[in-house]
Design a protein around this ligand. Structure first.
Ligand SMILES: *[C@@H]1O[C@H](CO)[C@@H](O)[C@H](O)[C@H]1NC(C)=O
Ligand SMILES: *[C@@H]1O[C@H](CO)[C@@H](O)[C@H](O)[C@H]1NC(C)=O
Ligand SMILES: *[C@@H]1O[C@H](CO)[C@@H](O)[C@H](O)[C@H]1NC(C)=O
Length: 448
């Protein structure tokens, strides 16, 4: 049977060798001008100027070869005696290897030739989220959950362009929650068309106004106040590091789940400029080259690995949470398994006491993504069991839930309370029935 963990381990070894050969002797010391600013008025202009140069360097360093293909036999020499079978494989022709290496070297040279400074507000901290189109609702859910944890950190929600903004959310609701919509097109102009979906995330990180930030995918939110993550190791000790909290290879599941990425990352722009710029390169050429090179066909191929490898490539410290992401769900009365959330663990405890002691800290609500209209709806809501009865969806029962989260915390009840409140408060955003069903759900299932 195909075993994703094993495949990933092999993938990582292969990547280390392949990438190692790309990076060999390419590392040069970087110098950066200090472009940070106290005054936020300057930032959009500085970001545009940065982007103009950076885009030139990105496009000039395009690997001049054909795309990496998955559909051939892996022919990397002398790696593992007994590699497990993989669903997809990568072959790198000599010519591709050479072209990738040349382009990579050229990009690194360009980076060191310019004095890049990422502009940000000195000493600022905040949350960066990317959301466009229908994801704006999920970003709103995440912002509400953030506020429910007690954090007041400002939030920047990046959209592709202004047409993706919903005035009810961007103009009326977000300002009251210390959040704002930021169209990427304001910085990128027409270049936005050449940036793929994963690229948005990268560019959002580069042009956010925060010096230190926690990046969240629109469907990821913390269950506890994240403020302390900025002031406690591992963030403070690793450089501060960047870290990737989502330690996931995706298990074999349906396509939608494989395609989704668990995104919870922290960066300091001040210390990790170079790492971020290299990650941008890997993402810009991700779909054709680097996602394939990094993941070697392991499941969940996407931008996730680029952050780690860019830190490696730039000799930057990084920390990855060792606790494995856990899928939460239940089995319906018809015997169907339904996973709906991936729990990501507390990095502070993970570092201090080890993976065994760590408790869930972030929820990645991936299936379906959270939307009161969708969930509090008898036709679409997954809160309904196969016989139509309402039930909790992260665990079988309250005992199991509280044991898992610890200290008597029923995180699922906590989450649904906020969803109900949203459904009932935002009358012009959600159907009235969402409030009615949400209220009934909380009363019947959670006695809340
Ligand atoms: C993948 O490889 C197989 C076997 O060589 C071939 O039959 C198939 O057409 C290929 N598919 C693609 C998409 O190239
Ligand atoms: C490095 O910068 C100098 C001066 O701006 C320029 O003339 C040269 O072409 C640059 N080299 C590369 C590799 O970009
Ligand atoms: C809760 O669910 C678990 C797992 O199905 C089961 O073992 C346990 O007996 C249940 N506890 C209660 C109080 O229903």
């Amino acid at each position: 049977m195909f075993h994703p963990w094993a495949a990933r381990a092999v993938g990582v070894i292969l990547t280390a060798l392949l990438l190692g050969s790309l990076l060999w002797r390419q590392h040069a010391p970087f110098t950066y001008s200090a472009a940070h600013r106290i005054d936020t008025q300057d930032l959009p202009g500085l970001h545009r100027e940065f982007w103009r140069h950076f885009y030139d360097d990105l496009t000039a360093s395009r690997p001049k070869c054909t795309k990496i293909s998955h559909n051939q036999t892996l022919r990397v020499v002398g790696l593992v005696d007994d590699p497990p079978p993989r669903p997809m494989k990568v072959v790198l022709e000599d010519e591709q290897h050479r072209a990738l290496k040349t382009a990579h070297r050229d990009f690194i040279k360009r980076l060191s030739n310019r004095t890049y400074g990422l502009a940000y507000v000195l000493g600022s901290r905040g949350i960066v989220i990317t959301a466009g189109g229908s994801y704006l609702i999920h970003a709103l859910v995440t912002v509400r959950m953030l506020r429910r944890t007690g954090t007041n950190l400002p939030v920047e929600v990046f959209l592709r362009d202004p047409t993706e903004g919903d005035v009810r959310i961007c103009d009326d609701i977000f300002p009251l929650l210390n959040a704002k919509c930021v169209p990427l097109s304001q910085t990128l102009g027409d270049d936005i068309d050449s940036i793929g979906k994963y690229g948005y995330k990268m560019v959002a990180m580069l042009v956010s106004t925060f010096e230190e930030f926690l990046y969240l995918d629109a469907d990821c939110f913390p269950l506890y106040n994240p403020d302390m993550l900025f002031t406690t190791p591992p963030f403070t000790t690793h450089g501060p590091l960047f870290f990737d909290i989502a330690n996931i290879p995706m298990p074999a599941m349906d396509r939608s789940q494989v395609a989704s990425e668990a995104g919870t990352i922290m960066y300091s722009k001040r210390t990790h400029t170079e790492s971020l710029l290299i990650a941008a390169y890997y993402n810009f050429y991700g779909p054709d080259f680097y996602y394939k090179l990094h993941s070697q066909g392991a499941l969940g191929e996407g931008d996730k690995e680029t952050f780690r490898w860019s830190a490696v490539a730039s000799n930057s410290p990084w920390y990855q949470v060792k606790s494995r992401v856990k899928h939460l769900g239940f089995t319906t009365k018809d015997g169907e398994r339904r996973d709906s959330m991936m729990a990501q663990y507390n990095p502070i405890i993970d570092l201090k006491a080890g993976a065994e002691e760590a408790r869930p800290f972030f929820a990645h609500a991936h299936n379906p993504k959270l939307d009161p209209d969708w969930m509090f709806n008898e036709k679409t809501g997954t809160i309904f069991d196969s016989d139509g009865s309402m039930r909790r969806i992260w665990h079988e029962n309250a005992t199991q839930a509280m044991e898992y989260f610890g200290n008597g915390f029923d995180a699922e009840a906590w989450m649904w309370e906020e969803m109900r409140d949203m459904a009932c408060e935002y009358e012009n955003l959600f159907h009235r029935t969402a409030c009615v069903i949400g209220t009934r759900y909380l009363e019947e299932v959670f006695q809340a």
